[in-house]
Design a protein around this ligand. Structure first.
Ligand code: ADP
Length: 450
């Protein structure tokens, strides 16, 4: 086992990894930018090292500084968290070239799944159901128009290198194809340096269902059921739950096995998430994330496992602590993302926290790096906390969420907390009847931008 792990991240996810390290008796090293000198992860880790100025590109994405920090502190492994360098295949290569261990999948797995066309092609070969669409890339507008006519509208044009909701455009009819195709291409080029695009049938009322998988890198893999992340704003998740309210035990067992078998076949190592759209009882693969997800705590809650601990174990060459037969769902869990944003238009709202009180009590987990007197810097993601609740069933989890939100105090800045208070008044949230477009429509009707 490792003696010391460096965490190449900040905020709540850095704390998450530090906590797992501490329970395992492993020393932790925090890295930070000059803007984060007073951040909670710096205070909580056993050691901390400054790796550059405020902008992420010069600090948390500064590979040379991170490698140097490992050398100076004697850290043997790097946990990347999510975002930043977590899905960067060349970073993994460089780490390994320096004799260090990356806590995550191999560079090859990251590369395969990071290119959406290659990922889809791989999944089709592994027997995973995919959204109908073009075979590989679509070279030009004429080919796109021909495909659109054959498949029938609406269709979605996606940049193969896209991510974070960027590089995707819907063409509702043939008349939209030219602008959708050109825009998706241009966004792929300008955001990701790759203008290759492909086309998929656009599903009109799907839910977003993702399967958590975990492999030991030696051909053994399990699934930990699904998360429903259908409540999204601009393709960004805001409310996640497990199990999915629309998924039956039979469906879970079937799609879960397809996913576990697929990742076992490629000797996948560590945590991964296979994302699907789900409509009329069918699953359609859209992408695989080769890292820990923001919303992993809802899965931890219902299975009672520590996914970060398991990531560290398999990275060190040890066995996972559970097999498929050990995994049984217990109750229901919901996570809401608390962002430093001002409603109704979700404008980022960094600033000084004048008072902070985290909710507690049975079945409540608050993953946050906030503290009273902390100043949220303006340079990074606006996620400042994840409130996760667990109940014996969905109704209990929702009541607990309402209660916990009422206890949360974050003064000095605006947050997205009022959004969740308002959502909990909605019948559809209580019946679980929503798809990926529900929240956008609700926001248009209830939070017209001022
Ligand atoms: P990204 O990598 O940018 O997150 P994804 O491929 O995961 O992109 O898609 C993000 C979201 O976009 C999905 O959760 C869904 O809301 C929407 N989406 C993607 N593909 C389709 C599709 N074929 N039909 C309808 N919506 C889609």
């Amino acid at each position: 086992m490792f003696d010391k792990i460096l965490i190449a991240n900040r905020g709540e996810i850095a704390l998450r990894v530090i906590r797992a390290c501490r329970e395992m008796g492993i020393k932790s090293v925090a890295v930070h930018s000059t803007a984060d000198a007073d951040a909670m992860h710096v205070r909580m880790a056993d050691e901390a090292i400054c790796i550059g100025p405020a902008p992420g590109t010069e600090s948390y994405l500064n590979v040379a500084a991170i490698i140097a920090a490992c050398e100076v502190t004697g850290a043997q492994a790097i946990h990347p968290g999510y975002g930043f360098l977590s899905e960067n295949a060349s970073f993994v290569q460089i780490i390994e070239d320096h004799g260090l261990t990356f806590i995550g999948p191999t560079a090859e797995h990251i590369r395969t799944m990071g290119d959406k066309i290659t990922a889809k092609d791989t999944m089709i070969k592994l027997g995973v159901p995919c959204v109908p669409g073009s075979e590989g890339g679509v070279p030009d507008l004429a080919a796109a128009k021909k495909l659109g006519a054959e498949m029938g509208y609406p269709v979605i044009i996606k940049a193969t290198a896209g991510g974070g909701g960027r590089g995707m455009k819907v063409a509702a009819t043939a008349a939209d194809m030219e602008s959708a195709f050109m825009t998706a291409r241009a966004e792929g080029k300008s955001n990701f340096g790759n203008d290759e695009v492909y086309i998929e049938k656009y599903l009109t009322t799907p839910r977003h269902i993702e399967i958590q998988v975990f492999g030991d890198g030696k051909g053994k893999a399990v699934h930990l059921g699904e998360r429903d992340c259908s409540l999204q704003r601009r393709h960004q998740k805001v409310f996640e739950e497990a199990p999915g309210p629309s998924i039956t035990p039979e469906e879970r067992a079937k799609i879960g096995k397809v996913c576990a078998d697929a990742v076992a076949k490629i000797n996948y190592i560590g945590a991964g998430t296979i994302e699907f759209l789900y409509e009329n009882g069918e699953f359609y693969f859209i992408e695989m994330n080769t890292r820990l997800q923001v919303e992993h705590p809802v899965t931890e809650a219902i299975f009672g496992v520590d996914l970060v601990r398991e990531q560290i174990l398999v990275a060190a060459g040890e066995s996972m602590t559970f097999g498929q037969d050990d995994l049984e769902i217990n109750g229901h869990s919901i996570e809401v993302r608390i962002n430093a944003e001002r409603l109704p238009n979700f404008a980022p709202c960094p600033g000084k926290i004048t008072a902070y009180h985290a909710p507690g009590g049975l079945g409540v987990r608050m993953d946050s790096a906030l503290y009273q007197g902390y100043s949220i810097p303006p340079y990074y993601d606006s996620l400042i906390g994840k409130l996760i609740v667990h109940g014996r069933d969905r109704a209990e989890a929702l009541a607990r969420l309402d209660r916990a939100l009422g206890e949360l105090i974050v003064d000095g800045i605006d947050t997205t907390t009022p959004l969740f208070h308002a959502l909990l008044q909605e019948k559809d949230i209580h019946t679980g009847e929503y798809n990926i477009h529900w929240l956008e429509k609700w926001l248009d009707a209830n939070m017209a931008e001022g």
